[in-house]
Design a protein around this ligand. Structure first.
Ligand code: GBH
Length: 452
């Protein structure tokens, strides 16, 4: 058999890992930080699996220096992390907590000193609890609260941070936090979910507007995209697929990039879908420098009148591997997603801001390397998928593996592991998995190691 042609990425391609503040930092109330809705939620019995909280998690808040050295040793040229809003503004607005700002400044400086480009997310779900007490994402004023916080960050760090992200996955916040109640703040209300989603997008727009006044680099939005494929060509299944796709994927991209919401949302939310002021949509649609895509899985969709609220259900594809979270492994879905964005939205610059897999790792964690062949296979196929989409013309600028470490996996607590570095939650020892070694080789060879 002839060897496949080597895969090569552009020289300036960003190769990184992604994390988020609440998931890895620990010490959530240290040095004057205000609590977040996730601190409250995880401390409410019954909300997170096994009663886990992120009070310690990876202890990155205290181990950040050696963690940056670890990233450097893997050869990462970029690192995507988020700022805990409540460390910087304990009440969400108003008084600035210097110690919180200093923490992120030191982190950025160390990353730069090791040749690692920071990509900074302003909001990865840990809303200050003080703002939740004022209505949180249900209060329209949050757009200005968020812009105020964003402006504090821009003024302090835009001289060193080249890549900013307003929100991580607004869909997850609206769907998990306000529609189904499985994530913070734990509401289950079909009238609230569209409002939370709309205010998230207004906050995004207001922050981008603030950035144009002071910032000189790049700012974008990160969305989770899960392509939807109809289980059959029946009218009912096709309509269900369009609803699912409008609800999860287009509800965020279309207002941000086109300035309108998908028609199908009327069907999805019924009378709970309001008529939004045109001025709101003008605020939401701001010119962006890039789109961040988080891709994990796809869904094959069938019409199901009993399923609330979409009247659509996912058909399990038994022939394919599934992660421990139950998500199907489907690399072609990433090719399809990237080409879909290219075709639908005028080929904007795209970063894969998260991609990764949850598998139980074998128990031998004391040796030098922990073997995780399923994760290696997942990364190999998905990074190859990125390259395939680029060859077909998609403008992809970088790739971030989720995640650097095993960490606090939201409502799953510590029961689900996505890291390329294993975390021992007793000793906090970091152990490389074979996926970390593999990813390191891919980076060092700029892709060539994918076909070895
Ligand atoms: C990301 O969200 C988050 O940004 C990150 O913080 C998190 O740790 C990481 O993923 C891993 O979970 O049940 O088959 O219908 C993930 C977004 C949206 C991906 C819901 C899976 C459900 C698939 N997720 N989706 S299914």
């Amino acid at each position: 058999m002839t060897k496949p042609a080597p895969i090569l990425f552009p020289k300036d391609f960003l190769w990184g890992c992604a994390t988020s503040a609440y998931q890895i930092e620990g010490s959530p109330l240290a040095d004057g930080a205000g609590p977040s809705v996730w601190h409250r939620f995880s401390h409410t019995p019954g909300r997170v699996q096994d009663g886990d909280t992120a009070d310690v998690t990876c202890d990155h808040y205290r181990r950040w220096e050696s963690d940056v050295d670890l990233m450097h040793s893997l050869g990462l040229n970029s690192y995507r992390f988020s700022i805990a809003w409540g460390r910087v503004l304990p009440e969400g607005t108003g008084r600035i907590n210097a110690a919180g700002l200093d923490f992120y400044e030191r982190l950025v400086d160390r990353l730069l000193s090791r040749g690692i480009q920071p990509m900074v997310t302003l909001f990865h779900w840990d809303l200050p609890a003080a703002l939740d007490d004022r209505g949180g994402w249900l209060n329209r004023d949050i757009a200005q609260w968020f812009a105020e916080y964003a402006d504090v960050m821009f003024r302090r760090l835009d001289d060193r941070v080249n890549y900013w992200t307003t929100l991580n996955e607004p869909w997850v916040v609206a769907d998990g936090g306000y529609m189904h109640g499985v994530l913070a703040p734990g509401h289950r209300n079909i009238f609230e979910a569209p409002r939370a989603a709309h205010h998230l997008m207004m906050a995004h727009g207001a922050a981008v507007q603030a950035y144009r006044a002071t910032g000189r680099n790049k700012i974008g939005l990160v969305v989770n995209i899960e392509p939807k494929y109809a289980a059959s060509q029946s009218d009912a299944d096709c309509a269900a697929t369009r609803r699912a796709e409008a609800y999860m994927n287009r509800q965020y991209l279309e207002p941000a990039l086109l300035g309108s919401y998908p028609e199908e949302l009327h069907e999805v939310f019924g009378e709970a879908w309001p008529q939004w002021p045109a001025a709101d949509l003008r605020l939401i649609k701001q010119p962006l420098d890039y789109i961040g895509v988080n891709y994990y899985t796809r869904a094959v969709v069938r019409s199901d009148p009993t399923s609330w609220p979409l009247k659509a259900t996912t058909v399990k594809q038994k022939q394919h591997t599934h992660m421990e979270t139950g998500w199907e492994v489907y690399p072609q879905g990433l090719v399809d997603t990237l080409l879909w964005i290219k075709d639908q939205y005028g080929n904007p610059p795209v970063y894969i801001t998260e991609n990764g897999a949850c598998f139980f790792d074998p128990p031998q964690v004391e040796g030098p390397v922990l073997e995780d062949p399923l994760r290696v296979d997942y990364l190999r196929k998905h990074i190859t998928a990125v390259h395939t989409a680029m060859q077909r013309g998609a403008d992809i600028r970088g790739y971030f593996a989720w995640s650097l470490f095993d960490n606090f996996e939201w409502a799953f607590g510590f029961s689900k592991r996505f890291g390329i570095v294993h975390m021992n939650y007793e000793t906090l020892k970091r152990t490389l998995k074979s996926s970390a070694h593999f990813y390191s080789k891919v980076i060092a060879s700029n892709g060539a190691a994918l076909t070895e």
